[in-house]
Ligand binder design. Structure first.
Ligand SMILES: [Zn+2]
Length: 253
């Protein structure tokens, strides 16, 4: 049984960005494992980290990450994931990025989170021996997404395909990643069979979709329209893929 390792910076990115492809890999008999990097509960939340949960209507007593990990379980079930991993690293607001602009600004010189993240990815690759690894391109330039790319480049698994970080990609459809190494190939596998599961799985991240999309109805419309635009008339997800990953993704639909 072929195995896919689906890397997600936050609890939502993979479903939003490549959920259609992942659902279809499950249909095609793949064993998929979704691994999310920045999932650690840090208590008590203070400062900007606390503000990030208060502005989503969640009181200071709520374990925000526990709630989001539960959402992740629901999404993973909908996408047909065989397994789910949380790498338990702290999100950027817990690593010295203390404002919304800082999340999209320069990487802090003291932010070495890519090291344990690279170790975590290496361990997963060793354990799972994946045939295909999906990872973000870093569109939108969120520091956590960039640190994940750095870690992926360090761990250097085979057969990599980089998805277009959504919703950043749908806010700026012409965005091109500044973080990709040369030699990757564009591909746009169709997701007609997986699109509705992608939408349902994305809706499972209830705490995020108001902030990211304006609610479930808008999420559904936005992801449908975006998929059709990505495939120039047929629903698709776009990737930058290594040669080996290109063949695997071309066969997934
Ligand atoms: Zn993210």
């Amino acid at each position: 049984m072929p195995t896919a390792l689906v890397l997600s910076p936050h609890l939502d990115d993979a479903a939003f960005s490549c959920g259609g492809t992942v659902a279809q890999l499950a249909d095609a008999g793949w064993r998929s494992v979704m691994a999310t990097a920045f999932t650690a509960t840090v208590l008590p939340a203070t400062g900007f980290a606390l503000a990030c949960q208060l502005d989503k209507g969640l009181g200071p007593e709520v374990d925000y990450m526990a709630l989001r990990r539960n959402e992740d379980r629901t999404a993973a079930d909908i996408l047909g994931m065989a397994d789910l991993r949380w790498l338990d690293l702290p999100e950027a607001p817990h690593r010295g990025y203390e404002s919304a602009p800082a999340l999209f600004g320069p990487l802090r010189p003291d932010d070495a989170v890519w090291r344990p993240l690279a170790d975590g990815i290496r361990a997963l690759v060793e354990e799972l021996q994946p045939d295909l690894v999906l990872a973000p391109q870093g569109l939108g330039n969120h520091v956590d997404h960039r640190q994940m790319i750095r870690a992926v480049q360090q761990a250097a698994p085979h057969h990599l395909a980089f998805y277009r970080d959504t919703p950043y990609a749908l806010r700026d459809t012409d965005a091109v990643s500044e973080h990709m190494e040369p030699g990757l190939h564009e591909c746009a596998p169709g997701i007609a069979a997986g699109l509705e599961r992608k939408i349902a799985a994305s809706c499972a991240y209830r705490s995020q979709i108001g902030f990211q999309f304006g609610g479930p109805a808008r999420l559904a419309a936005a992801l449908r329209d975006f998929a059709v635009a990505e495939g120039q008339g047929r629903p698709a997800e776009r990737f930058l893929a290594s040669s080996g990953a290109l063949d695997l993704l071309s066969g997934s639909h």
